[in-house]
Design a protein around this ligand. Sequence first.
Ligand SMILES: [Zn+2]
Length: 156
Amino acid sequence: MRSTHKRAACPGCCPDIKAAYFEASWNFSEEGHPPTWRCNNCNYEMPRREMRRLTHRTRSQEKALERLPDAIFRAHAYGDSSKYEVKKHEVEDSGHGTIFLTFEMGRIGDEGTLAEAFARDHRHIAIGRRGGLELLNAKRKGESKGWFNAVHGLVN
Ligand SMILES: [Zn+2]
């Protein structure tokens, strides 16, 4: 597994000692949601470099990558897929076995509208070697694991 937390000095709350607890996150207010380390204490965010080592994907992962986008799209097009389109579809290998899927969809032509800001569905999903799923930007911590939550779970 890649590391999802670290201890380091935090410019926001403890610049001189490596005592702040940082969690791997994404900057959800910035375009493209770049990866960040977020301080658990003061929410200070600093850039996080993602590992980019090539790994072999398992069959379970390939299957999940194949089926998830379609399932998410259908679940969030509310029965009218002609009005929606995929805005972002990225796959990233962590280099440690886990794969990350970023999938965003929204109304066709919503760019620059309120719908872009509020009605898009944006998901970060971790896919484990055996196909285990975790919705990383789940709204509720307890509702992040498994296929149902990956596809339908409320997101931040
Ligand atoms: Zn801090």
